[in-house]
Structures are given as C-alpha cells and as structure tokens.
Design a binder for this molecule. Structure first.
Ligand SMILES: C[S@@+](CC[C@H](N)C(=O)[O-])C[C@H]1O[C@@H](n2cnc3c(N)ncnc32)[C@H](O)[C@@H]1O
Length: 274
C-alpha cells in the first residue's frame, strides 16, 4: 500500500481529480489522458473487479481508516487529503470519502459485442449522462446482451453515468457506432429485428410487436431526450413501437423509463428471442 499525504490541492499528482463538475473540462482531460473517474468505494471496487487498471486513489483523511482495505487493494498510489483540500480540488464535498482514477480500455468494435447477442439496446443521441447510466443499469439488470451507442450519445464512463449505473457500465458489453447514417446496417445484416421506440400513438404496441418478432434477435432503438429518434432511424427500423400511455397530462415517457419497460417486455418468456 502506497499511501501519500498531499496537503496542496494544486499538487500535480492530484491533476486527475480537478474540477469534477466542469463537464467540458472533464471531457477534454479524460479524453486526453484516457482516464475515467469512479466515485465511492462500492463503485471503485466494481471497477477493480471488472479488471480496470487504477491510476490512483484519493481518500479523505476522515475515511482513511474505514477504507484502508480499499487502499490496500489498489495497485496504485493512494493520496490522502483533508476534506477542505478535496473540496477545493474537485469542486464538491466528496462525502463518501473516496475517488479513483482509472485507465480506459479501447472499446470493442460493434461486431464483437453483437456476436451471439439476441437482445440489444441501441441509443441514438441520448445526451444526459445520468440517463445513459440509468439505461445501462436497466439493461444489465434485465438481461440485455449488448448496448450500442450512436456517435453523439453521452459517455457511459463519465463519472455521473458510472454512479447512476451502480457500476453496470463496467460489465455490460457495449460499443459505439462509428457512423450514424449507416449505423444500423450491421444489425440488419446480422438478422436483427429493429424496433424503434416512439410515443407516436399510430405505432404498434410494443408487446404485440415482440410477439410477432417470431423468435428473431431484437434491437430496441431509443431516441434523444428532446426530439426522440431521428427520421432516418425511424425509417431504417422494421417497426415503430409504442408503450401504450394513458393519454393524461403527458405525451411521452422519460427515455430511462421507456428503456426499463421495454427491456422488461423483452425479457418476458413470450417475447424472448429464441
Ligand atoms: C422523452 S422521449 C422523446 C419524445 C419525443 N417528443 C418523441 O416524439 O419521441 C425519449 C425517447 O423515449 C422513448 N419513449 C418515450 N415514451 C415512449 C413511449 N410511450 N413508447 C415508446 N417509446 C417511448 C422513445 O425512444 C423516445 O425517443
């Protein structure tokens, strides 16, 4: 265990942890250095269990004795700082007392995560990190084999996505499409039935469409928080499908709620692809 006291928030050894709430700054730091940030000891342990290599650990002095086993488990320097230092450095009160910086791994190409997959979720431009994290949690919990992301979709390894997913982003197989326009071609060439999730009342009911998919592998397409799926992806799908709604007060569900319901429907024995 390599525990190092760092009294100065401007110390270069803490550079991975700077201004964690500044989304644009974080995106550029994390892309430049190929890192991601995990928050809280449970999530850090899940990243370690999934085989991610740590760059360093940051612990508050207050939590050091409770988390000494974590410091011992991490094969990287463990920096110990006062609460006031961590707040100045990161921009918020790290009340769980632990952050860790990890090396990213190259993402597998889409074909690799689709090999053998029967139930797939495809996110077009879901831009909110917490929504991406919540969808990964539902996908992992409800037996989805793989998640594909359109090029503009938010990063599952962003700190907020990881936290909301409870670490599901570490184990759920996923990949990013290189091309938005022709991005669904590979799914089609592999025989997937493409179902475009839309609140459009003219669309077929999801449960009926799944029954009619006849045991084919299924890909559920979900659209952005604002505009939903693009007309290009709606046209590319085999069928538009809706989760029937009451018609009272709201005309669509939050994308995370729609994803959870759709993944549950896909898992039901009558809908399960053979
Ligand atoms: C907030 S909605 C977008 C609403 C947008 N006005 C539209 O017409 O799609 C985000 C995504 O959640 C999914 N969604 C929301 N409500 C749904 C419903 N009742 N049935 C199926 N999918 C739904 C769709 O994939 C949609 O693209």
């Amino acid at each position: 265990m390599d525990v190092i006291e760092v009294p100065d928030p401007d110390d270069a050894r803490l550079a991975d942890y700077v201004r964690l709430r500044d989304v644009n700054l974080r995106k550029s730091i994390e892309a430049e250095h190929g890192l991601f940030m995990a928050e809280g000891d449970k999530v850090i342990r899940r990243a370690l269990a999934a085989g991610y290599a740590p760059r360093s650990l940051l612990l508050t002095r207050r939590r050091l004795s409770a988390l000494s086993d974590l410091a011992a488990a991490v094969d990287a320097p463990a920096y110990v700082v006062d609460d006031s230092v961590v707040e100045r450095l990161t921009g918020f009160d790290v009340h769980r007392g632990a952050l860790a910086s990890f090396h990213r791994r190259p993402l597998p190409p889409p074909g690799e995560v689709l090999d053998g997959a029967r139930r797939v979720v495809v996110l077009e431009d879901v831009l909110d990190h917490t929504n991406v994290g919540a969808i990964f949690r539902s996908a992992a919990g409800l037996g989805v084999d793989a998640v594909l992301l359109a090029p503009r979709c938010a990063d599952p390894l962003y700190r907020r996505s990881i936290k909301v997913s409870m670490g599901a982003v570490f184990t759920q197989p996923y990949s990013r499409l290189a091309d938005w326009y022709g991005g669904l071609d590979e799914l089609r060439s592999r025989g997937f039935h493409l179902l475009a999730l839309t609140p459009d009342p003219q669309a077929a009911a999801l449960a009926d469409a799944l029954e009619h998919a006849g045991g084919q592998a299924v890909a559920l397409l979900l659209g952005s928080e604002g505009d939903g799926l693009s007309s290009r992806w709606l046209e590319q799908a085999d069928t538009g499908v809706r989760i029937p709604m009451s018609g009272r007060a709201v005309d669509s569900l939050n994308v995370t709620a729609a994803a959870a319901i759709a993944c549950y429907e896909l898992m039901r024995p009558s809908a399960r692809p053979g």
